[in-house]
Design a protein around this ligand. Structure first.
Ligand code: KIV
Length: 263
């Protein structure tokens, strides 16, 4: 079984091959994700919504992220394991280093942080100390109250240009991967072209290097299903088949289709 590393994803980007990521929160689903050959497993702080029933990701703690990371790690030795750093756990550089250490020691292979240029020094510090970093731009759910809701970001040219510049700064600071969430497809495509590191989209069109979905959304069991997701369990006999179909559809370019994208 070939394990996935950041070099695997970089080579896939270089060869124009798409890759799939999915959120994971526990051991059993993590095993299914490993069996489905999904390249990236993300312990998302979306666990605040889909596991804990909260109305945002803001209450999620570092200890909770570490707990779920340990469980997910036990179920999957193949996919690259990325874990979200939760709200305020990287608000200062010292904070970020200490909390990233907890998450890496729980089994993560990379940490994900939401934000743009203001994170450059933090990304540099983590990266210099051997902690791979995934940035997250566009709709950043930890800032939902500042953004005024879960809205498509980067619709105006100036905002789109700023997002690309900020992502380039994160890349320059040492980020290895970037997630871009809820933006027009044209911006997802432009960002993927501008960056040398792989870009994973969620609601960011069909032209990003990889795609990520929240597990409960793609199984059609979340309370509210965003436009950018698809119920992969519909018409399948098992969750295993649904996750495998998602990975195959991402790799073949069948998902996302135009109805899952923003203009
Ligand atoms: O927490 C999460 O699930 C995420 C994805 C939406 C990318 O950050």
């Amino acid at each position: 079984m070939k394990t996935i590393s950041i070099s695997t994803l970089s080579a896939m980007k270089e060869n124009g091959e798409k890759f799939a990521a999915i959120t994971a929160y526990d051991y059993t689903f993590s095993r299914l994700i490993e069996n489905s050959s999904i390249e990236v497993s993300l312990v998302g702080d979306s666990l605040g919504n889909v596991i804990q029933g909260r109305d945002s990701t803001i209450p999620v703690t570092v200890d909770e992220m570490a707990y779920h990371t340990t469980a997910v790690k036990r179920g999957n030795n193949r996919s690259l394991l990325v874990t979200d750093m939760p709200f305020m756990s990287y608000s200062t550089e010292v904070n970020a280093l200490d909390n990233a250490a907890v998450i890496m020691q729980a089994g993560a292979q990379m940490v994900k942080l939401e934000g743009g240029e203001w994170l450059a020094d933090t990304v540099y510090l983590l990266s210099e100390r051997g902690i791979p970093v995934c940035g997250h731009v566009g709709l950043t759910p930890q800032s939902v109250h500042k953004l005024g809701g879960y809205k498509v970001q980067g619709k105006e040219d100036a905002a789109a240009d700023k997002m690309i510049q900020e992502a380039l700064i994160l890349e320059e600071a040492g980020a290895d991967l970037i997630v871009i969430e809820c933006v027009p497809s044209s911006l997802g495509a432009a960002l993927s072209r501008a960056l040398s590191i792989p870009v994973i989209g969620i609601g960011a069109g069909a032209d990003t290097d990889g795609q990520v979905l929240v597990l409960h959304d793609m199984l059609g069991i979340s309370q509210r299903l965003p436009k950018f997701t698809k119920n992969f369990l519909a018409g399948k006999d098992s969750i295993q088949e649904a996750i495998t179909a998602y990975g195959n559809d991402v790799r073949s370019g069948t998902f996302p289709a135009s109805e899952h994208c923003f203009k």
